[in-house]
Design a protein around this ligand. Structure first.
Ligand SMILES: [Zn+2]
Length: 146
């Protein structure tokens, strides 16, 4: 690398900002055409400038609140789903229990086996739901980031 390049590299930022005088800018442009090092430097500077101006243009709050409300909506939607699911499962279990109590014919080997399977599935289901619920409680921003 030629020693002069460090100066041209610092000029790159000013050139992108349009702060260089016409003669200076011309000299800088001429050098960039000749020098690979400065061309690379200018390209990466250009990327950074584009990035920062994009960040400035877009109000960062917009994206955040959009994600936030989507997260809130998804969560309440899911809560309604959970309530309906649990109500449905409880209704089926209640129906089966009432059926078993009303007709002793269901208190057979098969009937008891099926009841045990249903109760076992219900216990697993409740435990999974509770685990999920606690995960959500401990990590409230998980949904927002996705
Ligand atoms: Zn150079």
């Amino acid at each position: 690398m030629i020693p002069a390049c460090t100066r041209y590299q610092t000029d790159g930022m000013r050139w992108l900002d349009g702060e260089l005088a016409a003669a200076e800018a011309e000299r800088y442009e001429a050098h960039v055409r000749e020098c690979d090092e400065c061309r690379r430097e200018l390209a990466s500077l250009g990327r950074i400038v584009r990035m920062t101006s994009e960040l400035k243009l877009r109000p960062p709050d917009d994206e955040f609140w959009k994600g936030y409300w989507e997260g809130v909506y998804r969560k309440s939607e899911r809560r309604v789903g959970f309530v309906m699911l649990i109500a449905g499962v409880l209704a089926i279990v209640g129906y089966v229990v009432v059926g078993v109590l009303r007709s002793p014919a269901l208190l057979t080997y098969e009937g008891i086996s099926v009841s045990l399977i249903v109760v076992g599935l219900l216990v697993i289901f409740i435990s999974v739901v509770r685990e999920r619920y606690h995960e959500h409680k401990h990590d409230p921003y998980k949904e927002v980031e996705r």
